[in-house]
Each structure stands twice: as C-alpha cells, then as structure tokens.
Write a protein that binds this ligand. Structure first.
Ligand SMILES: [Zn+2]
Length: 243
C-alpha cells in the first residue's frame, strides 16, 4: 500500500478529495459514479477482467485484492462496480473469489439456482440504472442442487416447502424436453447450461435490460463454473446463449 506522500498515491488522494467534496455538496450515488468511472468501462473490458481474474484463481495465482483500512475508507462514499452477477447461493461458488476481484468491483445477486425473481430483477435494474455497470452475467455451476431438484419427478418436488417448490418451478421449464444424455455428469452440465440460457432470456425480456443492451451500456452473458477445476466457461456468442 503506497504511503500518502508517495507521488503514486496522489491521483487516488485527489479522487478521494473530489468525491468528499461532492458528498459535502449532497451528491447522489449517480453523481459519484460520474466522478469515478468503474475499473472497466465497456462490456468487452469487463469480460476480459473477469476472464483474467478467473485464470489467476484457477491457476493458484490469485492476488486476493487488498482489503486494508485505507481501501475500505476510500469506498465509504459510493460504489462503482463494473459488472453485476447473478449466481447461485451454493457455498462453493463465492463470486469475488472465483473472479479474484476486490471490494467495490462486482455487484452480486446470489439465489439458489441463479434464478431471476422479483427482488433479484430489481437489484439488477438498480445496478444498471444507478451504478452504471457494463456487464450482466448469469452464472450457473457444476453439481447445482437446485437444478438437480428441477430434474426430479413431480411427486418429489411436491414434498418440498412452498417457497422452495416455487423456486424449483422457475428452473423446470429449462430442463424439460432435454435430449436423453446417458452420462449423469454430462446431463447435469447440460441442464445447468439450459437454466443459464433460460434465465438470460428472461432478463433480456425486461425493458430496462433491453434498453441498456441496445444502447451498448451492457451485455448480458452466461457463465458456467466448474467446481473441480475452478475454471469458468463463458457463454458470450448468441448461439451459445439461445435457449
Ligand atoms: Zn447451485
């Protein structure tokens, strides 16, 4: 961590002062986002940053970004994350660790099966409209229990509590009519990918997301996290994303 009399620390100190001045004048979160651009300024740069961070993670070279008192203090006034990520709550899929990202860089929604629901959608709309993120990622993962539950027969699903049933039913449409795949692991992977594509298509049916994608502010992409290797596969091209 550079000291404050270190010339390299000056731009950061200047920025902090400008943000503090803005706060004193009653600046909103949007005003602060105008002063401090996020670390990545385009969808393409955001994708590259996530790919690079994941490569550091799975190759054992994670930098585990600094979370010193200074870094925390610099963020009190506002946040400028560059990507919003809808991921599963699974304890093996900690998003910031998987992408080797630090405080203030990712805006994360985590819910079992990475399904789009009312609150999650509102959260993503906030990230797009007020935080000016440049990328929205729906990330599924290997061995997802929620997706596995959506593959169970109806009588088994009906045994679950009401709200859990509702969640499973948000995944079911994506795994119905799957081609027969004998290998259980390959079948699960296909089901998870189908669910990612399904949730992406739901997001893309929403006006705020459509407008942000049409204007070039954001791209909506999918991703698949492999627990065993730590590697993330990205679904970026339209043919990869088609449900
Ligand atoms: Zn899961």
């Amino acid at each position: 961590m550079p000291r404050m009399d270190d010339p390299a620390a000056q731009p950061a100190a200047d920025l902090e002062r400008r943000i503090l001045d803005a706060i004193r004048r009653g600046a909103s979160m949007e005003d602060i986002a105008d002063i401090k651009e996020s670390d990545e300024a385009t969808p393409e740069a955001a994708i590259r940053a996530l790919k690079d961070g994941n490569a550091r993670f799975f190759s054992g070279q994670a930098t585990r970004p600094d979370v010193s008192a200074n870094d925390r203090r610099a963020q009190i006034m506002g946040q400028t994350p560059y990507a919003a990520i809808l991921a599963c709550s699974d304890s093996r899929v900690p998003v910031e660790l998987v992408f080797d990202q630090g405080l203030g860089q990712l805006f994360v929604v985590r819910v079992a099966g990475n399904v789009v629901g009312e609150s999650g959608l509102g959260t993503l709309e906030y990230a797009i409209r007020h935080l000016d993120v440049h990328l929205v990622v729906v990330m599924g993962h290997e061995a997802c229990g929620a997706v596995a539950a959506a593959l169970l027969p109806e009588e088994r699903v009906a045994e679950e509590p009401e709200h859990l049933q509702n969640l499973i039913r948000r995944i079911q449409p994506s795994v119905q009519n799957m081609p027969p795949i004998r290998d259980k692991k390959a079948r699960m992977r296909e089901a998870v990918l189908n669910n990612v594509r399904h949730q992406v298509s739901i997001l893309r049916s929403q006006t705020v997301i459509q407008q942000a994608e049409a204007s070039g502010q954001i791209r909506v992409i999918g991703a698949y996290y492999e627990i065993g290797s730590g590697a993330v596969d990205f679904l970026i091209d339209e043919e990869d994303l088609r449900p």
